[in-house]
Design a protein around this ligand. Sequence first.
Ligand code: PBG
Length: 333
Amino acid sequence: MQTLGQYPNKRMRRMRHDAFSRNLMRENVLTSADFIYPVFVLEGTNTVEDIKSMPGVQRKTLDLLLKDAEACVKLGIPVMAIFPVVDASKKSLDAREAYNPDGLVPRVVATLKKHYPELGIMTDIALDPYTSHGQDGLIDEAGYVLNDETIAVLTRQAQTHAAAGADIVAPSDMMDGRIGAVRAALDEHGHIHTRIMAYSAKYASSFYGPFRDAVGSSTNLGAGNKYTYQMDPANSDEALWEVGMDLQEGADMVMVKPGMPYLDILRRVKDEFKAPTFVYQVSGEYAMLKAAAQNGWLNEEACVLESLLAFKRAGADGILTYFALDAARWLQK
Ligand code: PBG
């Protein structure tokens, strides 16, 4: 016979006992409306290419991409993010292809918006697909990425994308002052509704490796790195400073990138600013989960959905993820 006081008076397991009470007290929910689907687009028609370091992700031509856009609409995924694979012959020191109104991105944006006007289209504002050296900006003789000269090109790139119909432009270059300059350039040309998602706390991460393979900038970049503009992974206060400045300059949404190793940053950003906050589950995170799943070491569906829900718990309003289509289908079950 046990005497009173030997047992805990509050049993946390009581609420976990049945599905109904677990559902009742659940604090965060993941839905397909939380996703932004990043895609890699190729010039031409009827062509698909596998990406070795991102099994299951493919570069594809616009005609085939339309099917993915339709899938996003059907599954309730609100936004697709476009990343171009630019032909080597169009890469240059001055990155002029970045603002060619007849370039790949403007054509893709216009066609997607024509077929699926309800699907949000986001474009990347940075020069790395267009520079012969794979840096996000213009460089001087010493290879240093020039800030203000780069911004002059980025603003033209953003205007070109907005004119083609992009709903969201997302500067991922990490130049100082680019959000204010892009906002001013958009407004000057009447694109007052074009939203800006700022890659505000973008770290100089080695988890971007597979992405650079996907867009073909890794060979151009070679032994180069992005340490003079992307953030030091050791820093946290600096991320808040960056986010604060981007919001002040007119960002509508901010982003933390990469995702899983930076959940602490995500939480701090959301707590501090309460702004629409996004996170990018980057290519290296995709590759890790996929590789483990393919080896039979992890349950893919369970681990991917857990990783995505964890972003919500950490404060994300939305997630850029290469798993978007799969995850949306899993959530429908
Ligand atoms: C380019 C850009 C990068 C990513 C998104 N935009 C790569 C980089 O900064 O080198 C990375 C995305 C990923 O790894 O999934 N400015």
